[in-house]
Design a binder for this molecule. Structure first.
Ligand SMILES: [Cu+2]
Length: 200
């Protein structure tokens, strides 16, 4: 402390000013803390936007192998995540009506701008499902284009909250791969219909 106050010149003056300012700031905080109505400002929740595409096997020249791209994503802990899935696949991979994977769980979903709580299981193209977080995002197909290649995607926006850090595997639950039973190929290949959500 002594060396600070003994210093001379401009630098010392501005240093003294800085010390005084921080003292008054500290005092101000101290006074505010005594007031019964004062609270420290709440940390603003972090919202992050994630974007992924579901590309068809044709689009990536990998026959019969639709693919989430990217398949691996990272978000900050304790954030609100707005995940946009552009589904370019106009094919369906229906599930039985008794299947739970038509229902939206673990967050809220819009399809092409409209809120939904489910997608009919007969009209499922893919899902983005994280069993350990009880998250299920049903994804309908892109509109079929006359040319045979989709011109526009189905747009699914899913909003959810994540807690502390961890690594969570997501899967597509529709039989959208190759034999046997649509569960081979893309469905059995990490990076295609399976990936990781990392909360860091
Ligand atoms: Cu799929």
């Amino acid at each position: 402390m002594n060396t600070i106050w003994k210093s001379t010149g401009k630098a010392a003056a501005s240093l003294r000013m800085a010390v005084l300012l921080s003292l008054s700031a500290a005092l101000g905080l101290g006074l505010a803390a005594c007031g019964s109505s004062s609270k420290p400002p709440a940390a603003s929740p972090v919202t992050v936007h994630l974007y992924t595409n579901i590309l068809t096997g044709k689009m990536i020249v990998h026959s019969g192998s639709p693919k989430y791209s990217p398949a691996n994503m990272t978000v900050p802990a304790h954030s609100t995540v707005v995940l946009t899935i552009y589904n370019w696949d106009d094919g369906t991979a229906p599930l039985p009506s008794s299947s739970p994977y038509g229902a939206v769980t673990g967050g809220s979903e819009t399809v092409n701008g409209s809120s939904v709580t489910s997608v009919p299981t007969a009209n499922l193209s893919h899902t983005f499902t994280i069993p350990s977080l009880k998250i299920n995002v049903p994804v309908p197909p892109a509109p079929t284009a006359a040319s045979g290649s989709p011109k526009e995607p189905a747009v699914v926006v899913f909003t959810f909250h994540v807690g502390g850090s961890g690594s969570y595997t997501w899967h597509c639950m529709t039989p959208c791969g190759t034999a046997p039973g649509g569960m081979g190929g893309a469905m059995a290949t990490p990076g295609f219909m399976e990936g990781t959500l990392t909360v860091a």
